[in-house]
Design a protein around this ligand. Structure first.
Ligand code: ADP
Ligand code: ADP
Ligand code: ZN
Length: 213
């Protein structure tokens, strides 16, 4: 079963994707994580995208489609979770073509609905375990012991350079201009299932479980 988690920055896509990886053995494909990895390992691609990512603009379709294509052919599990991809209509068309080539299809597009005020709060308080990637929040979802990851005991917490209010504004506008048309695109295909992303993390988990069956 292949699914898309669709929603603005901070909607909870990564948090929910990690849960589905743990409970169902699905494979999380986050283009944001792939791009950040390229950035931190200093590859040519990483250098090319670094400045764009910092401002909050989208990187080119060609780059992210190439990254996804590579993973689709090299990874396997109980289905893919597309997290932060597709973000444009061109990416959505490319994904459909790539899946068809592999004899696969899309099961569901989960649209995570959250309002802008909640997003600002979520994004400005987000931090991540540098060792295992667990996602936390200063107030809403802190670690049990300050500075120590609940999942792996890691102590290197990281904050994203683009998780500030200025960059978030650009990211939100990119979302509304280029990504939100995908809601109509998938609605018309009959694949779209909205969830209330404003609910507690465990409540959102339950809604997604109910949809996926
Ligand atoms: P968020 O947590 O805000 O949803 P991501 O980690 O998914 O952010 O993405 C971070 C940045 O990486 C984006 O602002 C954009 O610059 C780039 N990026 C990630 N995925 C894509 C994509 N599918 N298309 C274009 N740019 C992307
Ligand atoms: P995305 O991948 O969509 O950008 P994340 O999963 O990284 O979003 O979540 C963004 C921030 O909001 C994180 O700090 C996370 O702990 C927090 N968060 C995630 N889901 C919820 C929720 N349902 N309610 C409150 N905070 C949440
Ligand atoms: Zn950890």
């Amino acid at each position: 079963m292949n699914i898309i988690l669709l929603g603005p920055p901070g909607a909870g896509k990564g948090t929910q994707a990690r849960h589905l990886v743990e409970t169902r053995g699905m494979v999380q494909l986050s283009t944001g994580d792939m791009l950040r990895e390229a950035k931190s390992s200093g590859t040519k691609l990483g250098q090319k995208v670094a400045a764009i990512m910092d401002t909050g603009k989208l990187v080119t379709d060609e780059i992210v489609i190439g990254l996804i294509e590579e993973k689709l052919t090299s990874e396997s599990g109980a289905g893919f979770i597309f997290d932060g991809f597709p973000r444009t209509l061109a990416q959505a068309d490319a994904l459909a073509a790539l899946l068809a080539k592999l004899g696969q299809s899309l099961h569901t597009v989960v649209e995570m609905r959250v309002d802008d005020d909640a997003l600002v709060k979520r994004i400005t308080g987000r931090f991540t375990c540098g060792d295992c990637g667990e996602v936390y929040h200063d107030d809403i979802n802190p670690t049990a012991k300050a500075g120590i990851c609940d999942k792996c005991g890691g102590t290197e917490m990281t904050r994203r350079g683009d998780d500030n209010e200025v960059s978030l504004r650009t990211r939100l506008m990119e979302y509304y201009k280029k990504t939100s048309p995908l809601i109509g695109y998938y609605y018309a295909k009959g694949d779209l299932r909205p969830v209330n992303g404003l609910a507690d993390i465990t409540e959102v988990q339950k809604s997604i479980e109910a949809i996926l069956g």
